[in-house]
Design a protein around this ligand. Structure first.
Ligand SMILES: Cc1cc2nc3c(=O)[nH]c(=O)nc-3n(C[C@H](O)[C@H](O)[C@H](O)COP(=O)(O)O)c2cc1C
Length: 232
């Protein structure tokens, strides 16, 4: 099984997304999967032009000569895709949004209806599972609601799990005390390979609170004050 992860953080290997994504991929790898991460900032994808050339003039092929070809090849030869993005403005980063736009050619233009919902069928007959992984700065899990809804609407039943980590910057500072959280991300990776989905218990364990809201406010403001006074 090939697991292809897209890391949509502009911080790439030095970000919080990378920390939990790596735990997830370690779990998947331990369970026997072949894993690969694509850093979207380096992938050189431009936004979709909306020309529909990939649907009608050159079916399955995008007109833009950028990083699309390689991403497309990897996407259609993988068995699971992991969309890993920090939460930006209650949703995904621009890098991740551009990726979703540019995956348009993997779908055909035709419209079919199943269980009362219209969708475009896969060009390759492939309906592989998808995982959403995200981190966010604020401590409450509710900040992810709009992002989760977007992925649920986009991928429907193909979305086989979501692993969401709030208070991500605190997580980075307290890594030595958070093995239970990292274990949950590791387990999530194993479960996708072994069971084809992430259990609700593992999703809950990955998202478990790591700091109270009042303490979060105090710790964060203290840090911001220190950073600001270092500037002066
Ligand atoms: C432009 C921008 C928008 C952000 N929007 C949100 C947000 O809506 N909610 C939130 O909790 N954190 C938000 N954050 C904080 C990031 O989600 C957080 O710092 C995260 O750890 C970044 O992940 P990375 O280190 O992998 O890049 C935002 C950060 C930036 C730079």
């Amino acid at each position: 099984m090939k697991i292809l992860a897209f890391n949509g953080s502009p911080r790439m290997k030095s970000g919080c997304t990378e920390i939990v994504l790596n735990k997830f991929l370690e779990g998947a790898s331990r369970a026997g999967a072949e894993v690969e991460t694509v850093y979207l900032k380096e992938a050189g994808l431009k936004p979709c032009l909306g020309c529909y050339t990939c649907w009608f003039r050159t079916p399955g092929r995008c007109v833009q000569a950028d990083g699309w070809e390689e991403i497309h090849r990897k996407a259609i030869s993988s068995n699971v895709m992991v969309f890993a993005t920090p939460l930006y403005n209650y949703t995904m980063t621009s890098y991740m949004k551009v990726l979703l736009e540019r995956l348009l050619p993997i779908w055909e233009p035709f419209i079919v209806k199943k269980k009362g919902v219209c969708f475009h069928p896969s060009r390759y007959g492939k309906y592989d599972p998808v995982v959403l992984l995200s981190v966010c700065g604020f401590p409450e899990g509710a900040h992810f609601d709009a992002l989760v809804k977007t992925f649920q609407q986009h991928f429907g039943r193909l979305l086989v799990g979501k692993v969401l980590r709030s208070a991500s910057e605190i997580m980075r500072e307290r890594q030595d005390r958070l093995n239970h959280i990292f274990d949950a991300f590791f387990r999530a990776g194993m479960e996708v390979v072994q069971n084809g989905r992430i259990s609700p218990e593992t999703e809950e364990a990955a998202a478990a609170p790591i700091i109270g809201v009042e303490e979060f406010i105090e710790v964060s403001n203290r840090r911001f004050n220190a950073l600001l006074s270092n500037q002066s």
